[in-house]
Write a protein of this length. Structure first.
Length: 433
């Protein structure tokens, strides 16, 4: 390289690209969105910016009541279903939007000027708010007192099952026991069919006992009479004196006769056979008593099994605690305790007042400057509309009059043309003549 030649220069670095302007973060405009819930016209509200805070708060009240209503609906659905489910989101969302729109209508529409116009409208809206408030408040009250309500329902169910068990036991007494007879009002579904019953055994036992008692009575009488004859024979043989006795000691004719009479009586009355038969009856009675006790135990065991099965079936039908059971339990709790009733009604009235808050705030706030501007704007719009209608009517009348004049002119021109033709025809005819 020649020393006088310039050295090569490095390529210049490319210029950095210009910074792109950053897109501003979107503003939430929470206040504007809340004022939308109050039905506010922002362009008209710009004329009275001092009232933005008022209508922003009013929109927040509307949003709050709708949110409380949605929570209440969620509690009501879950309590009715007995469990939480994502399917409850859809009716909760619908209820939220419905209450939101109802409250928006209540606060956005005008109450009118003067008490005679405001009071009927206000009463109608307050009644609507109270009605919705009662519907919304009840699930929330149930949720607040859920522990007491659930415990009361559980106690009621336990008591109902115990009553059912006692009823089934009373309608199926153990035959031959000390239990009372079945009540006359027992239903067919409350009476069980048993595989084993001690009725036949008890009947036989009762018969055997009756036979044994009668036979025992006969045997006792015969043995007493036999003892009397044997005693008389003994006294005759030993020489005792007395009525019907000879008083001579030794086995004489009378002694032998009395002994023969005793033997003949024993044979005739079958005392030994009756004693054997009585012993057999007593043995059978003992066997039947054992069998009856066994049958009683089996009957009681089968009855308990059937009662437990029926109670378990009834318990399975109870299922989760539903909304109607909760409402009934809440009513019972309010009746059972005055303090609890005051607390329940205090909470219920509180939520009713919360739901009535939008219309109450609207009424207490009175007529604002914005309301008067709305009324004035509506009056101007009404006058403009009436003017437009009158103008349009006048224009239509003018068009109709113009059209009518054109039609009359066309008729006159047509008549003139006809007259001209007639005159020409008459002239031609006269020329020919």
């Amino acid at each position: 390289m020649h020393p006088t030649e310039p050295l090569p220069q490095p390529d210049p670095e490319p210029a950095p690209p210009p910074d792109r302007p950053r897109r501003p973060m979107p503003r939430l405009q929470l206040g504007r969105r809340l004022r939308v819930l109050a039905g506010v016209d922002e362009r008209l509200l710009d004329r009275v910016p001092q009232e933005r805070a008022w209508y922003t708060s009013l929109g927040g009240v509307v949003l709050g009541t709708a949110t409380i209503a949605a929570i209440s609906m969620y509690f009501a659905i879950t309590q009715a279903m007995g469990a939480a489910s994502w399917l409850a989101v859809f009716p909760v969302l619908v209820w939220f939007l419905f209450i939101l729109n109802v409250d928006r209508w209540l606060v956005s529409s005008r109450l009118g000027e003067g008490w005679f116009r405001r009071v009927p409208v206000l009463l109608m809206r307050v009644l609507m708010a109270v009605f919705f408030g009662v519907i919304i408040a009840e699930p929330l009250v149930l949720r607040i007192f859920e522990t007491a309500v659930v415990q009361h329902v559980a106690d009621q169910r336990t008591e109902a099952l115990a009553q059912l068990s006692g009823r089934l036991k009373a309608c199926n007494p153990v035959p031959g026991s000390t239990e009372l007879a079945a009540p006359a009002d027992c239903k067919a579904m409350e009476v069980f069919n048993f595989d084993q019953s001690p009725v036949a055994t008890l009947r036989e036992l009762a018969t055997r006992r009756t036979d044994a008692a009668a036979l025992q009575k006969t045997v006792d009488a015969d043995q007493a009479q036999l003892r009397a004859i044997n005693d008389l024979a003994r006294r005759e043989c030993v020489g005792d004196s007395g009525a019907g006795l000879t008083g001579q000691r030794g086995v004489g004719p009378n002694c032998r006769r009395l002994r023969a009479e005793a033997d003949a009586f024993a044979r005739t009355r079958q005392i030994n056979a009756n004693n054997v038969k009585l012993a057999g009856l007593r043995t059978r009675i003992s066997e039947l008593e054992v069998s009856a006790n066994t049958s009683h135990a089996a009957f009681e065991a089968e009855r308990e099994t059937k009662i437990e099965a029926r109670v378990a079936e009834e318990r399975s039908h109870q299922g989760p605690i539903g909304l109607l059971e909760r409402l009934g339990a809440l009513h019972d709790l309010a009746d059972s305790s005055g303090v609890l009733a005051v607390g329940i009604w205090a909470v219920r009235i509180f939520f009713i007042l919360v739901d009535c808050m939008p219309i109450l705030v609207k009424f207490v706030g009175g007529s604002t400057t914005y309301d008067r501007l709305v009324s004035a704007q509506l009056a101007v719009a009404e006058r403009d509309l009436n003017h437009d209608i009158e103008t349009e009517y006048a224009e239509r009348e003018a068009v109709l009059r113009k059209r009518r004049a054109e039609i009359d002119l066309e008729i006159l021109e047509h008549k003139a043309e006809l007259n001209h033709r007639l005159h020409r025809a008459a002239d031609r005819l006269s020329d020919r003549v």
